[in-house]
Design a binder for this molecule. Sequence first.
Ligand code: KDG
Ligand code: MG
Length: 402
Amino acid sequence: MKITDAKVIVTCPGRNFVTLKILTDQGLHGIGDATLNGREKAVVAYLEDHVIPLLIGRDAHRVEDIWQFLYRGAYWRRGPVTMSAIAAVDTALWDIKAKAAGLPLYQLLGGASRDGVLVYGHANGADIEETVDAVGRYQEMGYKAVRAQSGVPGVKGAYGVGMGGLYYEPADSALPMETVWSTPAYLDHAPRLFERLRANYGPEIELLHDVHHRLTPIEAARLGKSLEPYRLFWMEDCTPAENQEAFRIVRQHTTTPLAVGEIFNSIHDCRTLIEEQLIDFIRTTVVHAGGITHLRQIAGLAALYQVRTGAHGATDLSPACMGAALHFDLWVPNFGIQEYMRHSEETDAVFPHAYSFADGYLHPGETAGHGVDIDETLAAKYPYDPKQLPVARLTDGSMWNW
Ligand code: KDG
Ligand code: MG
């Protein structure tokens, strides 16, 4: 089955998405997400100028060989732009292969290991009381696991606090919004939030929290320790992870489970974290970590050390990524949880999909392929709208990690 054409579709149904569509001489097509939030056009150029010309005429069934060709062939290995582009090709090819077999993608990976994919939703509020109410709303919708973020007194634009509702979008201005960060105020505030949530909702609900790279290792260790009484499912991105060894310090001091990896793009970004058992959940996902083909390697390494998966699933990862991730999640033996932030109605209309939510679980559906398509006519009605992620500064004006 030969690849005859491929094109990149950029659309903004409320937020920007980049999608690669691959067509074959057998009339089958597949799609893959290539969205890199705030840097979308870099991946578009990479695909259009450097990848698509190499795909034409190749056998669409040779998914592994094409992955290796693009990875080794670039010479310049890894990096978010390269790996998102490779991921888009890989996802589209797995979609085609599963369609050709007439099977949902999870069947090609080895079949279902579970009945549904446990997901967590995003509750946030300007203060503790608003966040407590938001968690309650997620529980009413059936969620068994909820991430909780709250505004911090004295901190302008704390991470994870949206305008309310389900569609929190951090990339919200053409030039980066400047936010202010205070570690002391946050360290004082965060345990109060979880004390209140446990008091309100009891021991059963799974609670998660994202620190979003804001702390030094010893500060992260202190936060993990102070959250122990509230039994978090995980504490995410507690400190930047370019230096994987930094997690040794955190690990020595706390039994709060640690999750990391949404900005990783290769197995090499998490090898030490996994092999030294410094984390409990690896958050790499389809679009930013080289597609199903590479994610499978990461999950295999993680399984050796009882590290479970917890894939990134914010709204900047398109439904095409979510669909593929859900097939992966349904199969992967060491599954932990899947983030599910929900897309807007406009986005869902542009990307018709087979996955569905019920009682706290998502299911990828039984459609052949990964079950997500793109309505190109509708997509064309939403032109690209440049948006960047915010930045953060400390109260004295120094740049910090957003
Ligand atoms: O594009 C950046 C977002 O995907 C990120 O800020 C969301 O941290 C995030 C999460 O855990 O969903
Ligand atoms: Mg995160």
